[in-house]
Write a protein that binds this ligand. Structure first.
Ligand code: SR1
Ligand code: MG
Length: 412
């Protein structure tokens, strides 16, 4: 029977698991256990033994951020485990290794990443990470391509879509908190004083809301690839030179532009919140570095996707046999698909920027700003940029145009 762990019970409960004792040592009396979960949903323990350290992540049967008034199925750990396995296959080395999974206890024992820090925290602290955009662009391209019928056999893909369709309540959170709540006066919403005029201009824009609904339709019903589903800067851990993606419990089959759009949003939110975190002398340099990560992510995504298109098209889509002697046509088809992904990504990006300032789950980039007036002013830029992206996704043809818009909004 499921029992949530505590630092006191964890030793006794995990002492008989070979995958744990062979990594950290066999006597729980020698283990040091700390609960370090600061996310919205789960328990997370660092378990340090004489021979090593592991992470133990356990789902709670409710939303931790809200409490037991909002029940949430434990089965999300099952999907997270399956997601980690697929991501490790599709982009080796990009995610922590899973040592052990217990479905009944909704518990995953995995690799302890050290000296990695949550990327959101590093960005707030003004730290740079070498190779970050390249890593993220490759991860998004490889998982998007290799989780689709461009690469997978159709029966395998269908089976997998069927499996992940069992993850019902988790996408429902995104459908409500991300795609719906920011655009009306929903119960769990909250926003900074002073934002009312911007918020009511967003909510009175029916065309914008219709665009958001169209993107929610894609999110809910377009199963073109397996997406991480919650790829924000709190789902990335980095050192100065190396990064990993964590926490894919929001996994589902969805549109190819979703993960990359979420990522762009989180770098843009880091960018717009920087004036509150950096002294003037360092501000420009750091903000420009954030924009360079966006550019590198997008450029690498497109290069890698194009490379996989040319070298790994083993699924039923765009087979070589159809394009014999017409290689350039197939390359145009890839460029067309990338253009579609880009437009979707910009829309998803704008929506994520809105929900982190208006809906239930905000982010530390803005929440850590003590001066409420400064916070609201920077959040207003973030809302403005989000709205520009949703309204004009189809006309921003390149990442350079996106960055130009960000610089403009940042000056307002
Ligand atoms: C109730 S869960 C709130 C948010 O936390 C997760 O990390 C997702 O981003 C979700 O939207
Ligand atoms: Mg998470």
């Amino acid at each position: 029977q499921y029992q949530p762990l505590t630092p006191e019970t964890l030793g006794g409960r995990l002492a008989s698991i070979d995958a744990v004792v062979e990594r950290i040592g066999s006597d729980p009396a020698d283990w040091v256990v700390r609960e370090v979960g600061d996310g919205n949903l789960n328990l997370v323990f660092i378990v340090e033994g004489p021979e090593g350290t592991v992470i133990v992540k356990q789902a709670l049967p409710y939303v931790r951020l809200v409490g037991d008034s909002w029940p949430l199925p434990l089965y999300r750990a099952f999907f997270e485990n399956h997601a980690l396995v697929r991501q490790a296959e599709r982009d080796p080395g990009s995610v922590p290794e899973v040592h052990y999974f217990d479905e009944t206890q909704a518990l995953i024992v995995m690799e302890f990443l050290a000296p990695h820090k949550i990327l959101r925290r590093k960005l707030i602290d003004g730290e740079k990470v070498e190779g970050l955009g390249g890593f993220l662009g490759r991860f998004c391209a490889r998982t998007a391509f290799r989780g689709s019928e461009l690469s997978m056999k159709s029966p395998d893909k269908k089976k997998d879509v069927g499996l992940f369709a069992g993850n019902i309540e988790i996408p429902a959170i995104t459908e409500a908190l991300v795609f719906t709540d920011p655009y009306h006066d929903a119960e769990m919403n909250h926003h900074s004083d002073g934002l009312d005029p911007v918020v009511s201009s967003l909510r009175s824009d029916a065309r914008l809301k219709a665009k958001v609904q169209r993107l929610m339709m894609k999110f809910a019903s377009n199963t073109e690839t397996m997406v991480h589903g919650d790829l924000h800067s709190g789902s990335i851990m980095s050192t100065g030179t190396q990064s990993r993606i964590i926490d894919p419990e929001f996994v589902q089959y969805g549109p190819m532009g979703f993960d990359i759009g979420m990522l762009l949003a989180n770098f843009l939110m880091a960018y717009f919140s920087q004036p509150a975190h950096r002294e003037a002398a360092l501000l420009d340099d750091y903000q420009e570095w954030l924009l360079s990560v966006i550019a590198e992510t997008v450029n690498t995504f497109e290069e890698e996707f194009d490379h996989l298109w040319k070298t790994e098209r083993t699924g039923m889509l765009y087979p070589e046999a159809l394009f014999e002697g017409q290689g350039h046509q197939s390359e145009e088809a890839c460029a067309d698909l990338l253009a579609e992904i880009w437009v979707d990504a910009l829309g998803f990006c704008g929506i994520e920027m809105h929900r982190r300032t208006l809906s239930l789950a905000h982010n530390a980039d803005f929440e850590d700003i003590e001066d409420k007036e400064v916070k609201a002013a920077l959040e207003a830029r973030n809302l403005q940029m989000g709205a520009d992206l949703i309204r004009n996704a189809g006309t921003l043809g390149s990442v350079e145009e996106l960055l130009r818009l960000a610089r403009q909004v940042n000056k307002k």
